[in-house]
Design a protein around this ligand. Structure first.
Ligand code: F1X
Length: 318
């Protein structure tokens, strides 16, 4: 099978979750609060990536660990979205991630630890990823690891993905990111704190992000390094050059899952055009549309259509 026949994008969510979004008027610690609205979606970063890539028309396979009744909810929710589930079932119960939004739009997140994996679970997932990578153009791995998962596991997955001939995208942090970089993923998306830790210099604006992204790309031989700058947009370093795409000015309802939406949209555009700058534009546009929607890691087509009407603001920087 050559790369052109690999239609799908596979996402890996090591610690899948039920994302619970609760709306309250005022968040008051040490009191009893009643939520005005509550919503549950399949979450953990990789499943937000999967949902967005599917909504953009791509064939998507979702793998990772799920457990218990919560795991069944996650698998059903994913299937309803038209995503092919290829999860590994483990013992215990998948976690819930709580996002409390108050009337001023501020978000407070509480993330449960989730179940513990053992070496047999990890071996099973490696085999599933090896198999799915052979029919995918891109395997996108996102999020924090569950308990019991070694920090170098993403690096093991990257080696399997490359051996199967697919591109490896990694969106994680701390030790998982630094270990993962040693296996040379094709794409990473550190935030400003994470890239500051990698280069040892403050990153606060597009030009400092561009310098840092070029340095990380060169040092770790990563083809695509993107730094998310929140409301300022994103900077991407590709082939020794860097571009900044400004985010459009939109009314923000819920920012949880915007970074994941960026990865989903970047992957879909990269798969179809192979152009990382076009993928950077797609990522910024779709993550802005996701910020406009109440639902975590999802967007309304009319918001995206409106954003797409304006020409993107792209600048070469660095
Ligand atoms: O613990 P992780 O996997 O790093 O993050 C989990 C999480 O906060 O990330 C997503 C938003 O990016 C949410 O869907 C989810 O609850």
């Amino acid at each position: 099978m050559n790369a052109g026949e690999r239609g799908a994008i596979t996402t890996v969510t090591l610690n899948a979750a039920i994302d619970r979004r609760l709306e309250v008027s005022v968040l008051t610690p040490r009191t009893v609060m009643r939520a005005r609205r509550a919503e549950s979606t399949a979450g953990g970063k990789g499943l937000n990536v999967a949902r967005v890539a599917r909504r953009l028309g791509c064939d998507v396979i979702a793998t990772g660990f799920i457990a218990g009744h919560a795991g069944s909810f996650i698998a059903e929710n994913v299937e309803q979205e038209g995503i092919a589930p290829a999860f590994v079932r483990i013992s215990g119960e998948s976690r819930s991630c709580i996002n409390i939004i108050d009337a001023s739009g501020h978000s407070t997140e509480i993330l449960e630890p989730g179940p513990t994996v053992d070496s047999g679970d990890l071996e099973t997932l490696l085999a599933v990823v090896r198999d799915q990578a052979s029919r995918s153009s891109i395997v996108a791995m996102s999020g924090s690891p569950p308990r019991g998962c070694p920090e170098g596991f993403y690096a093991d997955l990257i080696r399997e993905i490359h051996a199967a001939g697919a591109l490896a995208f990694l969106d994680s942090s701390s030790a998982c990111l630094s270990h993962g970089l040693q296996a040379r993923p094709d794409f990473v998306k550190p935030n400003t704190d994470e890239i500051r830790d990698l280069v040892g210099e403050e990153v606060s604006c597009p030009s400092s992000a561009a310098r840092a992204a070029i340095e990380v790309a060169k040092k770790h031989q990563v083809r695509m390094v993107v730094v998310s700058l929140g409301p300022q947009g994103a900077v991407g370093a590709f082939g020794g050059r860097a571009w900044w795409v400004e985010a459009p000015d939109v009314p923000v309802a819920n920012t949880v899952g915007c970074g994941d939406a960026f990865v989903g949209a970047f992957a879909v555009e990269h798969q179809s055009s192979g152009d990382p700058v076009a993928a950077l534009v797609a990522g910024v546009r779709v993550s802005s549309a996701v910020a406009m929607s109440d639902t975590t890691g999802s967007f309304r087509q009319e918001d995206l259509d409106l954003i797409r009407q304006a020409s993107p603001a792209i600048h070469e920087v660095g």
